[in-house]
Design a protein around this ligand. Structure first.
Ligand code: MG
Length: 311
């Protein structure tokens, strides 16, 4: 079988109401859909996560990655992954838009293989045969307290056993929100918080101590993803689990966090970090250090969610 075409389509949806998190307001949800066709009539679909400028990812898929793929055997995914990555890694393109484009291509190649072999991707990867996976509600965004409380009540009525709340405003507001949500969800429901990298390390330690007093399960992206010394300072100062990884790309980014034990939970996004091929390697690295893996999906399309479930 040979790959005959690779195309990317930008999808945009206006959000019913803006999503506000630390540092950003999202008014639209984007994705870049990757379609890979073969001469045997099978088509694989993949998603590239997109936050801004979806045309950039489309151009990388079609102008940079397509020439590597057309005419090749779609089952040789490891080989193509390496070829795509090696082409530009020494030119600074080992993350960002480039890896997001590669992620969508990789997901589409696995989907194509699954269709050709008539097997779901989770079985192609050696399947666990799990019928159920734990889920958490993500996330209670930046809203006034009354709106947050109302949303938390709805989540409890829906049966969620774990809930995530956005933080990033600092003391006292973040801790006030944590206390209010804890009161609604009770002690038996897990509460996680996510700062989206809003804090410097000193502020994150201050907030983190407050979170520890209220039994928060994990503190996600307390500092920016490039601040490895900041993560190290947090690990020394706090006992709360530190989660992160949605802003990291490929096993090479995760290597530094895992080797230095800077994260207690890794959260790669399959549509960003490099697709199935790369995320299963990151999962193996995390497993070897006994670090749990909680996939990130965020404001993504359905393909990212489905692919994460298979992974
Ligand atoms: Mg997050």
């Amino acid at each position: 079988m040979k790959i005959t075409d690779v195309e990317a389509t930008v999808l945009v949806a206006k959000l019913p109401e803006p999503w506000q998190i630390a540092g950003t307001i999202f008014r639209h949800s984007y994705m870049t859909l990757v379609r890979i066709r073969s001469d045997a009539g099978f088509t694989g679909y993949g998603e590239c996560i997109v936050r801004h400028g979806p045309g950039a990812t489309k151009a990388i898929v079609e102008e940079v990655l397509r020439p590597i793929l057309v005419g090749k055997d779609p089952f040789e995914i490891e080989g193509r992954w390496d070829e795509m990555f090696m082409m530009l890694r020494n030119r600074g393109h080992h993350s960002g838009f480039f890896l997001e484009a590669m992620a969508g291509v990789d997901i589409a190649l696995w989907d194509l293989m699954g269709k050709a072999l008539n097997l779901p991707v989770h079985q192609l990867m050696g399947g666990f045969g799990r019928a159920h996976l734990p889920a958490y509600a993500s996330s209670l965004l930046f809203k006034d307290l009354a709106a947050l409380e109302k949303e938390a009540e709805t989540l409890m009525a829906q049966g969620f056993k774990a809930v995530k709340l956005k933080v990033g405003k600092g003391l006292p507001e973040d801790i006030r929100n944590v206390k209010a949500i804890r009161k609604i969800i009770g002690e038996d429901v897990k509460l996680m918080v996510d700062a989206n990298g809003a804090f410097d390390a000193a502020t994150a330690v201050e907030v983190g101590k407050g979170l520890e007093d209220h039994g928060v399960y994990w503190f996600e992206e307390p500092v920016p993803p490039d601040d490895l010394p900041g993560y190290a300072a947090l690990k020394r100062a706090l006992t709360i689990r530190i989660a992160g990884g949605e802003s990291l790309f490929s096993r090479f980014d995760f290597r530094d966090f895992i080797e230095r034990r800077l994260l207690d939970v890794v959260q790669p996004d399959i549509a960003r970090a490099g697709g199935f091929t790369e995320c299963r390697k990151i999962a193996a690295m995390a497993s070897a250090s006994h670090i749990p893996y909680a996939p990130h999906t965020g404001a993504s399309g359905a393909l990212c969610v489905i692919a994460s479930l298979h992974l």
